[in-house]
Design a protein around this ligand. Structure first.
Ligand SMILES: Nc1ncnc2c1ncn2[C@@H]1O[C@H](COP(=O)(O)OP(=O)(O)OP(=O)(O)O)[C@@H](O)[C@H]1O
Ligand SMILES: O=C(O)c1ccc[n+]([C@@H]2O[C@H](COP(=O)([O-])O)[C@@H](O)[C@H]2O)c1
Length: 261
């Protein structure tokens, strides 16, 4: 298929990025190769959206640092960018609202004169605006599987993400996204909008492992871009103390059900 007739895609990855690792960056490259290999898509942009401090995850350091590290990590990429909107919101923002925000931005770029129609439209089929790239949420299989965790995600949000936008999911060891989709009626219904990317070179890098190594003064070189390693060192990030942040606080998505904080 000629490049022109392919659907343009923008990939959006939401997460803590605490800190950003080489695997987060690999996830984008793997997803782009996979989608373009189908012959149907042309991936034009990747967006990293670090979660705001209101997410209250244990050990989550300030958004300004996570944002800056993600910026350093992507400075040599010609297609992956970092967006600060989500991380600057005073309260935690549900992922579906982040996806909507970015879709509205893309649609507004496409239709300069019709921004209000786009922003306030309640209808959100991907075909709403012809010429607008399709926005897909990019995640690892652990996030897909978290859709099944009781009281974590709203069913209607999962529905909107997989029906209107689409999902690209990179396998992680210990996960079986195909089985998970098969066992969920919603995900099965929209399985054609869910692209599973198999990572053959299984990579166990996780931000949790990186933070643990840093607390023990072990090297994290080659797990993160050098610029990020240097930034962590200069700012003395990821200590035993920072790992205790939010230790007694309920994760924001769960607060919706427990009413606690
Ligand atoms: N090794 C990996 N393989 C596939 N996906 C990954 C990998 N590491 C992170 N991701 C994905 O990157 C996104 C952002 O992840 P996140 O910031 O939570 O990183 P993490 O390494 O999983 O963090 P933590 O260890 O703190 O849970 C998520 O969609 C996550 O599934
Ligand atoms: O929108 C939701 O209901 C929702 C519920 C749980 C988690 N999320 C998002 O999923 C991402 C998970 O990141 P992490 O680091 O906790 O794996 C993060 O961006 C959260 O905002 C989103």
């Amino acid at each position: 298929m000629e490049g022109q007739s392919r659907t343009k895609v923008v990939l959006l990855a939401c997460g803590s990025f605490n800190p950003v690792t080489n695997m987060h960056l690999r996830m984008f490259e793997l997803a782009r190769d996979h989608l373009e290999d189908t012959g149907q898509y042309r991936v034009v942009k990747g967006i990293i959206s670090p979660v705001g401090d209101g997410y209250k995850k244990k050990g989550l350091i300030e958004a300004c640092h996570r944002l800056e590290m993600a910026r350093l990590a992507t400075e040599n990429s010609d297609w992956i960018i970092v967006d600060s909107w989500e991380s600057l919101q005073p309260e935690w923002v549900e992922t579906n609202k982040v996806v909507r925000h970015h879709y509205d931005e893309l649609a507004a770029e496409q239709n300069d004169d019709d921004v209000d129609t786009v922003k306030y439209s309640k209808k959100r089929p991907v075909s709403l605006l012809s010429g607008c790239p399709q926005l897909m949420l990019l995640c690892g299989a652990d996030v897909l599987e978290s859709f099944g965790q009781p009281n974590l995600w709203k069913q209607e949000d999962i529905n909107e993400i997989v029906s209107f936008y689409g999902l690209v999911c990179v396998t992680r060891s210990g996960s079986d996204p195909h089985k998970f989709i098969q066992q969920s009626d919603t995900l099965w219904k929209y399985r054609r909008n869910i692209h599973i990317v198999h990572e053959w070179v299984t990579n166990e890098i996780s931000a949790t492992h990186v933070r643990r190594a840093l607390r023990r003064s072990q090297s994290v070189r080659y797990l993160l871009p050098d610029t990020v390693v240097d930034y962590i060192k200069v700012h003395h990030l990821y200590t035993a103390e920072s790992e205790q942040k939010n230790a007694d606080v309920v994760l924001a998505p769960l607060q919706r059900y427990t009413g606690s904080n």
